[in-house]
Design a protein around this ligand. Structure first.
Ligand code: ZN
Length: 338
């Protein structure tokens, strides 16, 4: 059913105005990150700025999760649901807010991209393990094979599994999608390399020999599955990782009814963040992330690079959606998923 077009009153709601005046803080150009910019008139109800370096104009929300949104107020309602109730099924949220499926899908991904990054440098002692989730191309047009639809499969072929490496200091668990297919030392090095600078004890809970090659025998300690330690504190920490893995698998497989591997990293970031913090997608921390629009629109490109360079899979059936402004922003490496 077509919705009747409501005439825009050009009057922002109180809630939206508060976002623009209090939550969004402009301290750099969202395109080139230069700190030199000046006020350049007004845009609707907000201030327009101009960058001295790249000369482009922008407003406080440029690049954020509310960038280019027509129904900003509805999006704020959506964000409040995520903040208060977590991620609901698309069906449920479409019904509640009377929005289209694709809108709900896009909005959810924008919010998942707004999960604050915990760029933690791990110190001294870390615990590591990996887990796998079935490779999924859910939602990709032209995919017929049922086994690709959900993250559950009876197939035990390792080539059909995404491998996720977990690193933990006992409190925060960082999960990174390493590959699809067998996990080797190159994948491990790519994921763990930057995290190991200050680590002098590396405890590995799995049974993949490739870790030895990457980490070196000097600092590594292998705790084989089933081995019992007398250290209760340590036992609690390893239990936390196991619970995290099981929790993610259940949440993705059952609550989310499967997640495409393309989006797996985002969902995992959200899951891990929520184990320690409350996620407020319209709070200062999330709403001031100016890479959200860029990462959201370039997701297919990142996925393609990941599949081609780091997995046993072929990149097939590219999605056709494109946005003109995707490449206007400079992205830092840490902002790119995978
Ligand atoms: Zn600029």
């Amino acid at each position: 059913m077509k919705k009747t077009f409501e005439k825009s009153t050009n009057k922002p709601s109180k809630k939206l105005l508060k976002i623009y005046t209090q939550t969004l803080i402009v301290n750099a150009c969202p395109y080139c990150r230069s700190k030199k910019f000046y006020v350049h008139g007004k845009y609707k109800f907000t201030t327009r700025y101009r960058c001295c370096s790249c000369k482009r104009t922008f407003i406080p929300s440029t690049g954020t999760s509310i960038h280019y949104l027509h129904k900003k107020d509805l999006f704020l309602d959506f964000a409040e649901i995520v903040r208060d109730e977590g991620i609901l099924t698309l069906k449920e949220v479409c019904k509640r807010l009377d929005i289209a499926n694709l809108t709900a899908f896009d909005w959810r991904h924008k919010l998942l991209n707004s999960v604050p990054k915990i760029n933690k440098t791990f110190n001294k002692k870390i615990i590591c393990n990996e887990f796998c989730i079935t490779f999924s191309q859910k939602g990709r047009k032209g995919i017929r094979d049922e086994s690709y639809q959900s993250n559950f499969t009876s197939c035990l072929d390792l080539n059909n599994f995404s491998q996720i490496i977990s690193v933990s200091d006992g409190k925060f668990i960082d999960n990174k999608l390493a590959t699809v297919g067998p996990l080797n030392d190159k994948h491990i090095k790519r994921i763990l390399g930057p995290k190991l600078k200050n680590v002098n004890k590396f405890i590995y809970l799995g049974k993949n020999d490739s870790y030895q090659k990457t980490i070196g025998s000097k600092t590594i300690e292998f705790i084989q599955p089933g081995m019992i330690s007398n250290d209760t504190k340590f036992e609690q920490k390893t239990e936390k990782i196991r619970k995290n893995h099981l929790g993610i698998k259940i949440w993705i497989g059952i609550n989310m009814k499967g997640v495409a591997t393309k989006y797996l990293q985002m969902y995992s970031n959200y899951f891990c963040y929520r184990q320690i913090y409350n996620f407020n997608p319209i709070g200062k921390l999330s709403l001031n992330l100016r890479y959200v629009w860029s990462v959201f629109t370039l997701m297919e490109n990142f996925y393609k690079t990941f599949i081609i360079n780091h997995t046993v899979k072929d990149y097939i059936l590219p999605t056709k959606r494109k946005w003109k402004t995707s490449f206007n922003y400079s992205l830092a490496g840490s902002e790119i998923p995978y």
